[in-house]
Design a protein around this ligand. Sequence first.
Ligand SMILES: Cc1cc2nc3c(=O)[nH]c(=O)nc-3n(C[C@H](O)[C@H](O)[C@H](O)COP(=O)(O)OP(=O)(O)OC[C@H]3O[C@@H](n4cnc5c(N)ncnc54)[C@H](O)[C@@H]3O)c2cc1C
Length: 416
Amino acid sequence: MRYSGFRVIREALRGHTGWGAAWRDPEPKDHYDIIVIGGGGHGLATAHYLAKVHGQHRVAVIEKGWIGGGNVGRNTTIIRSNYLLDGNEPFYELSLKLWEGLEQDLNYNAMVSQRGIINLLHSDAQRDAYIRRGNAMMLNGADAELLDAAAVRKEYPYLNFNDARFPIKGGLAQRRGGTVRHDAVAWGYARGADSRGVDIIQNCAVTGFRIEEGRCIGVETERGFIGAKKVGCAVAGNSGRVMDMAGMRLPIESHVLQAFVSEGLKPVLPGVVTFGAGHFYVSQSDKGGLVFGGDIDGYNSYAQRGNLPTVEDVCEGGMAIMPMIGRARLLRMWGGIMDMSMDGSPIIDRTPVEGLYFNGGWCYGGFKATPASGYCFAHLLATDQPHPVATALRFDRFERGYMIDEKGMGNQPNLH
Ligand SMILES: Cc1cc2nc3c(=O)[nH]c(=O)nc-3n(C[C@H](O)[C@H](O)[C@H](O)COP(=O)(O)OP(=O)(O)OC[C@H]3O[C@@H](n4cnc5c(N)ncnc54)[C@H](O)[C@@H]3O)c2cc1C
C-alpha cells in the first residue's frame, strides 16, 4: 500500500477502514541467506538496503523485543554531518544525503526536518578549531557556515548573550542538519524491508551462534535454531553481550545516555543548538517540548535508566546557555545503552568467524548514521567488500594504530 495525500483523504471519507498493517508478523523460516540481529534503526536499514540495492530477499531481522524499542526510539533525534576526520566525514555526509531522500525512498513520513544545527563557540581557540572543521566538512562536500555572535543572536535571541559565564562568540552552522522523528525511522525502514520480502521477527532474542569449523551457520534463538549463509550483528548497546556468545571480546564498553523533554513551550528554538563549553544539546519538538541531553552517565551499565547527578549536570549545561530553561518543567526522561568504542568511532566489519559480520560502536551519535550504516553494512554483507566511505571503520584500526579519534580523547570510551 502506497501512502499519499490522496490516500489520506480517501481513508478519511471511508472511516479509515482501508489501512493495512505496515509490516507482517511472519513465523521464522528454517533458513535465510542473511540474518540481521537487532531490529533497531541500523538492523532495519541494513535489511531494507539489502533487499532494495542488492536484491537480497531471503533476509530476516531478528529482534529481541519490539522494533524501535531500543536506541532508535530513545535518542534526541539529531542528524548532521559536521565531523572533522577523513574516516568519518564522508560517511556521515553520505548519511545526510540518504536522509534527504529517505521519505521518498521509503514512501513514509519520517518528519525529516532540516532546521539546521549550530555548535556554539565560546573562545578564539574554539573558533579556530571550528574553522578547521568547517573547512574539512566543505572539502568533503558538506555545508558549513561560520557565524559571529550577532548572527547567532538574530536566530536564537533566547540564548544568554548578556552575562554568561561562557560568552557566546559565534557558532559553526550546518543548515542541512536537523531532526528526524526517530521511531518513524524504524517503522519506515521496517515497512520498506517487509514490502521486499524481508521477515521481521520480533520478540525473539538470539541466544547463541552455531559455529562449525570456524564458520557461522546460523543463530540459536528463543524460537529455535535458524540457519543462514551470513549473519550480521547490529545490536548497538548490547554488542558486547551478543558477540560474547561468539567468543569475541570487543573494543567497546556499554554506558547509559539519558534524554529529557520539557513541557510544551511556544516556539523558542528554530533549530538544534549545542553548547561549546560543556556537553549540552537542545532542539524543540513540533509539539513544543524542549528535547535535550548531555553526557553519558560515565559508568558501565546495561540498564536503560540513568542517575540523578547526570540530570543535574545536563540541566546545568542548559542553564549556562539558556537560563529560561530553568522555568520549564521537565516532563519526561529516559536512558538508552550506548556502545562506546575506544576511539569514539563505529565499526562496520567482518569478524574472524567466517560468515559473521559486525556493526556497532556507534556511541551516542548513531542515529544520524542510520541510513549510511545500513547502506554500508548491506554492501559489506552482500559483496564481502567494505563500502568506499566505510573503509576506515574496521576492527584492525586499533591494532594498526589508525584511530579515528574525533575528540582527541585517547582510548577511554566514556570520554568520547
Ligand atoms: C538518550 C539518547 C540520545 C541519543 N541522541 C542521539 C542523537 O541526537 N543523534 C544521534 O545521531 N544519535 C543519538 N543517539 C545514539 C543512537 O540512538 C544510537 O547510536 C543508535 O540508535 C544505535 O543503533 P540502533 O538504532 O540500531 O540501536 P537500537 O535501536 O538499540 O537497536 C538494537 C536492537 O538490538 C536488539 N537486541 C539486543 N540484543 C539482542 C539479541 N540478543 N537478539 C536480538 N535482538 C537483540 C535490541 O532489542 C534493539 O532493538 C542517542 C542515544 C540515546 C540513548
